[in-house]
Structures are given as C-alpha cells and as structure tokens.
Design a protein around this ligand. Structure first.
Ligand code: GLN
Ligand code: ZN
Length: 726
C-alpha cells in the first residue's frame, strides 16, 4: 500500500513564512531574500514528506494565498512583480477575503470578468526544477471556478470549458499532477456534474496522470466521478462518512487508485490505528489499488507536537501535521502485520471529566433556551437606560495591539513582569483608550481587548477543560496566524473570565461599556474539539460559562454585552442537507448563553458578508443588536435583512478594517445611504466592520474621527429633515 500526503503547513517551525513576508513588507529584506527564505521553507517541507510518505505534491507554496496564485496563473490578474501581487493581497486593490469552505482559513476571492483564461506560469519555483521532486500541485478547475466571484454572471459552462483549456496548457508537460477539488463535496446539480464531465474530458488524451483530491466531506456523485480521466481519486473517510457507504454501493474502478483519507487533517485526536487498518481492509474489498493519505490538507494543524508543553496525558492523545505523517507510516506498517508501534500509539486515557457541568447540560430544559420578554419590550427598557442618540457609534471591540503590548505580554509570560505589573500595564492601556473614546465622542465604549492575545485563546486559558499550546500556530489568512486551543474535557468557569477588565473600564466612564464575550460556536470553530461527546453538548457547556459571566456583569451594572460569533456561518456543514441540525444547536447555544435580564442589551457580531443563505437562522438568535461586515460588499447585504423583515437593530460595518487605508467620509456615507433606503434609521448603528486589532493606532484614530463625523452629519441632516416636516 502506498502513502500520499499533501497540504503540509507552510508556516515553518518558527513561523518563518510570516516573518519573511512581513520583513519584506517593512523593507527589512529584499525581494531576493524573501524568495530565498520561502524556497528554503518549501524544500524543508519536501524533505519532511520524503521522510514519511511515498507520494506528495510539490508547488503548494505561495507568497500569500494559493487562490490568488491560481488566478494569476490563469491570466485573471497580472502579478508581474511582488508589489503588484501584494497590492492585490492587502493594498488599495485588495481582493475580498472569505473563508475557505467551512474552515478558518481565508482566501482571496478572485473576480472573473470574462471567460478568457490563459496559462501563465507563476509558481515560486521554475517548472522543471521543482517538479522532479514531487507531483505538481494545482487547485482544480471546478474548485477554482466555484470560489471565484463571477461578476458578469458569465455562463458556468463557458467559464469551465475555457478554464479547462488553460489547465490543459498548464499540465500537459507533466507526467503527473495533483488536483485539489474540495468543491466536489458540495451538493452539485446534475447540470453542474455534466459541466465537470465535459470539462475534464479535455484532459482525456493527455499523458498526464491526474490525482484528484476531494475532502472535508463525502462526494455525492461517485459514479460520475469515476468517469473522469483520473489516475487517482482522493476521498475523505474521516469527515465524509458517507464515502464508505457510497463505495460499498458503487464499487471502485480497477484502473484507478483509491487515495483513502484516513488521518484527520482537521482535528488533532490521534488516529486509532487498529480501526483504520480495519477500514482499509474493508475498502480493499471494493478497491484493488489503495493508497492512504490525510483526510483534508494538513495545514489546518500545527506543525508538530514536538516540544509542546501540554499535559502529559493530553500529549499522548494528539497528533499535529508531522505526527499525521508518522501515523500514515504506522498504519502502513500495521497493515503489513507489524503492530508493535501501533499498539503504543493509542492508549486508553480518560481525563478532563467534570460531573457537575455534565449534569447541568443533561438537565437543560426547553425554556432554558428562550427569552421570556420579547424584543419590543426589551427595547423600551433599554432605550430608557441607555439614552443613546440616533445612529449610535461604537467599535467591535479590539484596538491596535502594538509592539509594546506584545513585548509586555511576552515579558509577563516569561516571568520578567509580575502579574501585578502586567495588570497595571493593561489598565494603563484601557485608561488611555477610554480617554480616546471620550475625545472622539463615541457613544458605546469598549475596553479594547488589550489583555487578549486572541479572542478564543483568551477564553480558553480562563476556562477549565480547554488547553492552549505554546507553538501550535496555524495560518488564518496571508501571514496572520493563531493558536487554536484544545477542548479536551468538560468545560467550566472556575472564576470570572473578563469581569476585572470590563469593570475597570466601566469605572472610568459614564458612557455605556460593552462587556465583550466570544460565543460558543466561535470558541468551538477556532479550537480543536473533543470528539467523544456531541458538539452541541460542548457548546452548551460553554454557553453556561458565558451565562454566568453575564450574570456577573449584571451584578456590576454593565448594561451592554456583545457576544461575538464571527464563525457562526463558517462552522456550518458543507452540505445544506446537514444545516438544520447544525444551526439548531448553534442558535440554541447563543440563546442559552444570552439568557440575561431584559434591561441588558445583547449585541452579537459576525464578520461574514453573505447573509442571505443563513438569515433564517440568524433571526432565531435572540439578540437586540447585530453588527456585521458590510464595507467590502458596500452595504449590499441589507437586502437580505429586508427580505426577512428584520425588526431589530443593525450596526452595518462602514469601514473595511482588513485594509490599511483610512476610510473616507464619502465612502462611508455611501454605504449608509444605501442601507437607509431599506433600514429604518432608528435601528441603525455606525461602526467599523470588525475589530481594530490589526490596524495602527494612527489610522484608527483618523478613521474613527471620520466615522463619527459622518454619524454627526447624518444626525444633523435628520434634524433638518424632521424640522422641515414639522
Ligand atoms: N470583538 C472582536 C474584536 O474586535 C471581534 C473579532 C472578530 O469578529 N473576528 O477583535
Ligand atoms: Zn469581525
């Protein structure tokens, strides 16, 4: 049996990928130096692959994002020169960014204006050199097309056929190629499947062997897939449970290689070697040629558990990317009959059990998930208490985390700064921010989240049953990285999580200050989550912790609470037929967490621009105000809210914080005007479209000043308007 691995993390052991690119941006290193460093990273990955598996792709490396690279390779963008390239990533011409399937990786969304594609080689490495070493990697044509924005509404068939011609040119000289086609696991129409068949038919007469990988879920059209001119087909047997059933029904073609994804690329729990051997045996009843591989690309996992300071028991339960490669080897050996190493791999270890919280979740009743007082009545009470002006202004929570903060935090972690000194420093930052917000004239304040490295990690560190890693970084987009926590046991709140900072901030101002919480779905989505109880139970355990936190806020007279759920959409299953089940518990977890007094105004924040498809679920979440991303789609999303006759308050993001540009008053005005054609002004909040953490303080102060000026103008115009009417 062969082994095949792909998608190994590009970040490097010490985040060299991030360091190199950011050093180039800040002009500390030259273009050549950047390219050399990236090349070295790529070579290291190949060496790692070589150590453990038989087959692997080459050319997975990018200087920012593979979707953009693919677009450039197909002539959609001219990226001659790195400045042009990075301008599309983060400059004035930055492309929209969105989540890659239901993961937390964000890709740049290429915009297709025509069906003219042409093959233009642009991999960091020379074509011939590199590809002697592995199988040339490509995002497949269907996945590429599905993830692009098709502004001119070009006909899908035309686009795909023309794309296939360009791909033909790209791949024709290679012996073998690797195609990633995760979009094959979506629910495709018969028509779409026929387009795919027609397009792939173009590769039929090539000598190039295509290994095509699907992952994240199962493929619904196996029989049709078998008809494509492929040498190998990668199926995900971890996250796509239906694949096994389908293979039992449809068999597997004798002339093809089944590349069975058996070690999880999405989660970190060690693969059970014995069960996997049994699975491959079962598969071999249907498929003659089998290779085993990872199920989903490995870049969703940190590099390696080596040197990780986790609890010993926990460490014995987890595998990161490198350990996944090791597992492939173990499974291969076990299949050959050598079980020694495999037996030590899976010890039966149980820990992290908390009977009290388990019982609390088991005892939950329907009424724990609904608010007794409806929105309209809550609104009256809140209006009186808060006394906000028309078009209230606020921010989403975080403020710039500069070098100084990072240094203090590192000092604190390393013991060079005491808890007290660090605490004083955070208070100093909060104090300054409150003054800034007073000066600017914002209406609802935040404390700035200076104490938080990351909105999930911070909560993870304060809750029992969740562990954090030292070096378990993964890329969220471009060069941005984060360390997903590990939810290994029952989650409980041993002490308040955020209360001290929130109370401190509120004590400095008369303006209402938002208590800032990360919601259960987001905590789950951005963590590695135990798989031995239902996800809904994990979510409810977290909800109960947040509910206690809100009760503490209320005792301290905090009047507004924001529960961030930026990952609410992202965590949804890829197949819509699985949506109801997911959204049911996701919505319930929000409503359970936000069981507050009617006087407490509950906000939620999501940063996802296409709300249309999930709006039915969002309106079941019983918040009072929702702040959402809109700046990039220029306010177009309000139409989704109109469609469902949305009655609550909305803070439409008027400032795209992913861009380093200071927002202009004129641009913000346009977004607001467009929204006000549809939304009643009484329900309208004005705010940036996400947290300001990644920006510079200077930009932020200017941007907010502009934003508040715009809000004031709208209030004045409204006053004039109302005056005229009277
Ligand atoms: N409150 C968080 C912040 O401002 C929200 C971040 C997010 O939506 N991703 O940083
Ligand atoms: Zn956001």
């Amino acid at each position: 049996m062969q082994t095949y691995a792909y998608g190994f993390p590009r970040l490097g052991e010490n985040r060299e990928f991030k360091r190199a690119i950011e050093s180039f941006w800040s002009k500390q290193i030259s273009e050549q130096e950047l390219k050399d460093r990236i090349k070295k990273l790529e070579e290291d990955i190949l060496i790692t692959y070589e150590q453990y598996v038989d087959k692997f792709p080459v050319g997975e490396m990018t200087l920012y994002d593979n979707m953009l690279d693919t677009a450039a390779m197909l002539g959609v963008y001219d990226c001659g020169g790195l400045d042009k390239y990075y301008d599309l990533c983060r400059g004035k011409n930055a492309l929209e960014m969105t989540k890659w399937f239901n993961t937390n990786y964000h890709y740049l969304v290429p915009v297709l204006n025509s069906a003219n594609f042409r093959a233009a080689w642009n991999k960091p490495a020379e074509k011939k050199d590199l590809f002697k070493k592995g199988i040339p990697y490509f995002i497949g044509p269907w996945t590429f097309l599905k993830l692009c924005k098709n502004t001119k509404k070009e006909n899908t068939r035309n686009l795909l056929l023309s794309l296939a011609d360009a791909y033909f040119q790209l791949i024709k000289d290679f012996e073998e190629v690797h195609f990633d086609e995760p979009a094959f696991v979506m629910e495709l129409s018969q028509e779409e499947i026929s387009f795919i068949k027609e397009a792939y038919k173009k590769f039929e007469n090539l000598n190039t062997k295509i290994y095509l990988f699907t992952y994240y879920d199962s493929v619904d059209f196996l029989k049709d897939l078998y008809e494509l001119p492929l040498k190998g087909i990668g199926l995900d047997f971890v996250n796509g449970k239906e694949n096994l059933e389908n293979i039992k029904k449809c068999g597997f073609p004798e002339d093809k290689l089944l590349i069975a994804g058996v070690v999880n690329g999405r989660n970190i729990w060690r693969t059970n070697i014995q069960n996997t051997v049994a699975l491959t045996k079962q598969l071999s009843l249907y498929a003659k040629n089998i290779a085993i591989s990872n199920a989903g690309p490995l870049y969703h996992l940190p590099l390696s558990t080596e040197g990780e300071n986790l609890n010993e028991k926990l460490l014995k339960k987890v595998s990161f990317a490198k350990e996944r490669l090791q597992e492939l080897k173990l499974i291969d050996e076990a299949c050959k009959g050598d079980l020694t190493a495999a037996e030590n791999w899976n010890e039966n270890i149980d820990f992290g059990v908390n009977e009290t919280i388990k019982k609390k979740v088991a005892d939950l009743k329907d009424e724990d998930f609904v608010k007794l007082i409806p929105y309209e009545q809550r609104l009256e009470k809140q209006k009186e208490i808060l006394g906000l002006p028309l078009f209230p202004t606020t921010t989403i929570g975080s403020f710039p985390q500069d070098k100084e903060i990072r240094k203090k935090r590192a000092d604190f972690r390393k013991g060079r700064l005491s808890q007290e000194e660090y605490g004083k420093f955070v208070e100093f930052k909060i104090d300054n921010l409150i003054k800034l917000q007073e000066d600017l004239g914002l209406d609802v304040f935040v404390h700035g989240e200076f104490e938080r490295t990351d909105m999930v990690e911070f909560f993870a560190q304060k809750l029992d049953g969740i562990a954090s890693t030292e070096n378990g970084w993964i890329i969220s987009y471009g060069t941005r990285v984060y360390r997903p926590p590990i939810i290994y046991g029952d989650v409980s709140r041993p002490q308040p999580i955020t209360l001290a900072e929130i109370n401190f901030a509120q004590s400095l101002t008369k303006k209402p200050l938002k208590g800032m919480l990360t919601g259960p779905v987001t905590i789950i989505a951005w963590s590695f989550v135990r798989d031995n109880i239902p996800l809904s139970d994990v979510a409810y355990q977290i909800s109960l912790c947040l509910r206690s936190e809100i009760e503490d806020y209320e005792k301290s007279s905090i009047k507004i609470v924001q529960i961030d759920e930026p990952a609410f959409r992202e965590r949804a299953p890829l197949k819509k037929r699985d949506w109801d089940k997911y959204f049911n518990w996701a919505v319930k977890s929000f409503n359970l967490a936000s069981q507050s007094k009617p006087e407490t105004q509950i906000h939620t924040h999501m940063c996802y621009s296409e709300f249309g498809e999930i709006i039915e679920h969002i309106i079941k979440m019983d918040f009072d105000v929702i702040t959402i991303e809109a700046a990039r789609s220029k306010g177009g999303i309000v139409e989704d809210f109109q469609r469902v006759d949305f009655k609550k308050q909305i803070g439409l993001g008027v400032w795209d914080i992913h861009s380093p540009l200071v927002p202009e008053c004129g641009d913000m005005k346009k977004i607001i005007q467009r929204a006000l054609e549809i939304l009643p002004k009484e329900n309208f909040w004005i705010n940036p479209d996400c947290g300001l953490k990644t920006r510079q303080m200077e930009e932020v102060a200017k941007g907010l000043k502009n934003m508040i000026e715009v809000a004031k103008k709208f209030r004045e115009t409204d006053a004039v308007f109302s005056g005229q009417k009277n």
